[in-house]
Design a protein around this ligand. Structure first.
Ligand SMILES: NC(=O)c1ccc[n+]([C@@H]2O[C@H](COP(=O)([O-])OP(=O)(O)OC[C@H]3O[C@@H](n4cnc5c(N)ncnc54)[C@H](O)[C@@H]3O)[C@@H](O)[C@H]2O)c1
Length: 318
């Protein structure tokens, strides 16, 4: 056996079988050393992004909200599944459980402040007095060009999208702002994610109510980001382009949703020119849920007050 006078690893490579091979300098001779190491895999790291966190997700019964709740659960968060429709919300709870986590369903209308307080209270109960993530995803459309829009259509869309988001953030004051304030310099990293739209960034013919509400959400996002930064609460918006959900496909239970045929043809033309290649069509809920995960996790620990557009490569359209 060589007496070891000095050891320097000159180079090393880790192989698929977790073996590590290094060329070392032992007693002035270069020798090959092989050993096995325990590696923390990428998947292990990525699966623990929200471990121990509590997230409140509105609009969690369908589409983007449901995909976000499920993804958060896969990453270890407990979820308050909030939706005006408790049937679909119950289905989301099954997905959350199948993903290995748990949560509660709270049926509520985000236009009603009292319902928002109940939703947040359920989160505080799960989280021991505070919550970590508030994902404001519930939203609705009632499309019409301005000269045909009724006051009811205007009020409804502004109420659900803009006031509903405001209601939820204001209801979250004790669970997020005050919790951070009480924790002082040790304040946990907390995150609010609002859902805007490309309509709110670039405008969209036929959506004066929706575009105004979604643009308002972006202003709200930047304001909350500034007001609550010192309590370590971040606030960001995601502005999706067209995503395949009930909102864009038009359901049997709400004939006022969906995109008119003429507009759909225009969208498809735009997509064929600048959309990311998708054999099945437009974006999917998971495309947006992935961003909600980024903003909800500490991967975005130094990002606040941003509006992130997620519309494939349609960057020339706004
Ligand atoms: N799908 C798209 O192309 C698209 C594009 C840009 C923005 N968005 C936004 O994404 C968000 C999610 O929409 P989606 O496409 O998943 O639609 P969706 O209809 O599939 O899901 C929306 C959910 O919100 C719930 N909801 C509606 N009004 C509510 C209220 N008052 N209180 C509580 N819950 C309520 C609904 O019951 C539904 O389960 C919305 O804010 C929407 O404006 C969607």
């Amino acid at each position: 056996m060589l007496p070891v006078k000095a050891t320097h690893a000159l180079t090393f490579t880790i192989f698929q079988d977790n073996s590590i091979v290094s060329w070392c300098l032992l007693s002035q001779k270069v020798v090959k050393v092989k050993a096995w190491v325990a590696r923390l895999g990428y998947d292990d790291f990525m699966s623990k992004l929200l471990d121990g966190k509590v997230a409140v997700v509105t609009g969690a019964g369908r589409g983007i909200g449901q995909a976000t709740a499920e993804l958060y659960a896969k990453h270890g968060a407990k979820i308050v599944i909030a939706d005006i429709d408790d049937g679909p919300a119950g289905e989301t709870l099954e997905l959350v459980k199948a993903a290995g986590s748990d949560g509660v369903v709270v049926a509520g209308n985000i236009c009603k402040r009292e319902d928002c307080d109940n939703i947040i209270k359920a989160g505080m109960d799960l989280g021991g007095g505070s919550i970590d993530i508030l994902a404001n995803i519930a939203g609705i459309t009632r499309d019409a060009v301005i000269h045909k829009m009724t006051e009811d259509e205007w009020d409804f869309v502004i109420n659900v999208n803009l006031k509903g988001t405001y209601n939820m953030i204001q209801a979250s004051v004790p669970a997020m702002r005050d919790a951070g304030k009480n924790e002082g310099s040790e304040a946990k990293s907390r995150s609010i994610i609002n859902v805007s739209s490309t309509s709110g960034v670039k405008g969209n013919a036929g959506q004066i109510n929706y575009a105004s509400a979604k643009a308002g959400i972006n202003g709200m996002t930047r304001t909350v980001a500034k007001e609550w930064a010192r309590f370590n609460v971040r606030c960001n918006s995601i502005a999706p382009g067209f995503i395949e959900t009930r909102l864009t496909s038009g359901p049997s239970d709400d004939p006022k949703l969906g995109v008119p045929d003429q507009q759909m043809q225009m969208i498809q033309m735009l997509y064929s020119q600048t959309g990311l290649q998708r054999p099945e069509g437009m974006g999917k809920p998971i495309d947006i849920a992935n961003l909600a995960l980024f903003f909800g996790s500490d991967l975005s620990s130094y990002v606040s007050g941003q509006v992130l557009v997620a519309a494939g490569a349609m960057i020339d359209t706004y």
